[in-house]
Design a protein around this ligand. Structure first.
Ligand SMILES: NC(=O)c1ccc[n+]([C@@H]2O[C@H](COP(=O)([O-])OP(=O)(O)OC[C@H]3O[C@@H](n4cnc5c(N)ncnc54)[C@H](O)[C@@H]3O)[C@@H](O)[C@H]2O)c1
Length: 499
């Protein structure tokens, strides 16, 4: 393959066709949608779900995204909505406000929606926006489950008048794009494995004794949307509804799907695998404390791709008991390490990258910058009617990988550590990572001899049907019937079947 100079590379990777060559972007790359009514003026944007991440988007539209104008806000929590409206008014902007997203979509004076709602809303809200003729920036992950992500992707292929960019912001990192080009040039040999790391501190969310009351300011039916309508069973520092939904299967997928999707996406991008793996196996648990949450705070998932394995590690516990700091793997805490025959690449949480030889000497320090331009790239995409970075198809696959990792864990069983060591001994990368997990748990005062760990089965997967296959019908059915594989939604929040 041609070896690219930095200048050539940057030229090609600017929003446009060139990046497709190096980035393994799939067929939606460069998709051109017809011009929107707003093409000659500012893009009129509504931000939906404005508690934390959405509030960041809102502030960027107020302060630093030329060519776009904040015209509406939506949140099902009237307290959040009032707080954000006040913030806007202080900045001299008076957005229209909505609690029901469906009403917002009826407003013809809105060109684009930015979705900062919880994961379980993303696919349906994307589909509805496209059906209403709006452009969409949907936060990561694309979906709560594999099937609904596929429906959102199908919607983007059906309603081609509008565009969708996903919130996987590392796609806008020129450093990562250049590092991928460097690896593909073959200068440090073939990829042996790609490792995504999510070592992020996650403390206990506390323990309640039963269902918690929903604050009167929240329309809980709207908040629940396509998920199952059940009272919240959590009440930590974020209260009974917001943010900690990440740790409950009805809404989120734990940290692999929360922070980890970013690193999953980068790792898969390096591999150049434009689809899902043939098999997956996970192990892990929620260790170190007892609280209300359901998702593991320690998870190892190994995805078997044709080119090389993708290994993903989640750790929510610190280096050792009593510390706040987190471990790192070759300098990366939340990041990616891509091992090639003659060297490796590290990618940081903010999307900067470095390249080393196998003696750990830096052979290339990249300085094009991390992932900061992603929101501006959305405004460009709306104006150009063309998505250059953050394609929905890519986000579907990377999100689905997170769901696959969780599904192996979810249909697994508690095993002794000796039984796990025996079961995984044929897989060198799994055995190596498991050894480090045991050391980490010991440092956190977890008695690894007596504390069982969940060992998930090696699940084989059909990339075309996006379903599990295999001889063990009980396990395969359990995985296929799990809500993280497919959930159709609820009543008025039923996800349209488009694929
Ligand atoms: N790209 C990134 O780096 C990044 C960083 C943080 C969060 N996120 C993503 O952003 C999303 C939001 O995260 P958060 O931490 O702000 O969560 P949060 O729970 O704090 O806030 C979500 C807000 O959405 C509102 N909401 C829920 N359902 C709604 C609906 N149907 N219509 C309108 N509003 C609704 C809630 O009331 C709440 O105010 C998540 O999906 C998360 O994964 C992305």
């Amino acid at each position: 393959m041609k070896s690219w100079s930095r200048k050539e590379f940057l030229k090609a990777s600017l929003v446009g066709g060139g990046a497709a060559l190096i980035a393994g972007q799939t067929r939606l790359f460069g998709q051109v949608a017809p011009a929107a009514g707003s093409a000659n003026g500012d893009v009129r944007v509504a931000v939906v779900g404005i508690n934390a991440q959405g509030a960041g988007h809102m502030r960027d539209y107020l302060n630093k995204l030329p060519g776009a104008r904040l015209v509406a806000l939506c949140d099902v929590d009237t307290a959040v909505l009032a707080k954000r409206r006040e913030e806007c008014e202080k900045a001299g902007v008076k957005p229209e406000t909505y609690t029901d997203y469906r009403k917002l979509l009826e407003n013809k004076n809105i060109d684009a929606v930015v979705l900062g709602t919880p994961n379980h809303q993303h696919s349906l809200q994307t589909i509805w926006a496209l059906q209403a003729g709006k452009d969409v920036y949907v936060e990561k992950p694309l979906s709560h489950n594999i099937w609904e992500g596929r429906q959102a992707l199908a919607a983007s292929l059906k309603y081609t008048k509008n565009i969708v960019q996903t919130g996987t912001q590392n796609r806008s990192s020129l450093d990562i794009q250049e590092a991928i080009a460097y690896v593909r040039s073959g200068q440090i040999g073939k990829i042996q494995w790609a490792r995504g790391l999510c070592y992020k501190p996650r403390e206990s969310i506390g323990l309640t004794t039963g269902p918690q009351a929903v604050p009167a300011t929240i329309d809980y039916d709207l908040w629940t949307g396509p998920a199952s309508l059940t009272p919240p069973r959590r009440n930590g520092s974020k209260g009974p509804v917001h943010y900690d939904w990440h740790w409950f299967w009805n809404y989120g997928g734990g940290d692999i799907t929360n922070q980890g999707i970013h690193q999953m996406d980068v790792a898969r991008w390096f591999l150049g695998e434009n689809g899902l793996p043939s098999s997956v196996m996970s192990l892990g648990g929620r260790f170190g404390y007892r609280d209300d949450a359901e998702t593991p705070n320690t998870l190892l998932s190994v995805f078997n791709f044709e080119k090389a394995p993708l290994i993903f590690e989640v750790r929510g516990l610190p280096i050792k008991t009593g510390m706040k700091a987190m471990d790192n793997y070759r300098g990366a805490r939340v990041g990616v390490v891509v091992q090639c025959e003659n060297g490796y690449v590290t990618v940081s949480e903010s999307g900067t990258a470095n390249i080393y030889d196998n003696a750990n000497t830096k052979i290339k320090a990249l300085s094009n910058g991390g992932n900061g331009a992603h929101r501006a790239n959305f405004v460009k995409a709306v104006k150009n009617r063309k998505v250059a970075v953050g394609l929905i198809e890519e986000c579907h696959y990377s999100t689905a990988l997170c769901h696959l990792g969780n599904l192996s864990y979810l249909v697994g069983a508690d095993k002794s550590n000796a039984a796990i060591a025996e079961a995984i001994k044929a897989s060198a990368p799994t055995t190596e990572a498991y050894g480090r997990i045991l050391e980490h748990l010991k440092a956190n005062a977890v008695d690894v001899a007596t504390t069982p760990t969940v060992l998930g089965p090696l699940l084989t997967f059909d990339r075309k049907t996006e379903m599990f296959t295999g001889a063990d019908k009980v396990v395969v059915d359990a995985a296929n019937n799990h809500a993280l594989r497919k959930r159709v939604g609820r009543g008025a929040f039923t996800i349209p079947q488009l694929a």
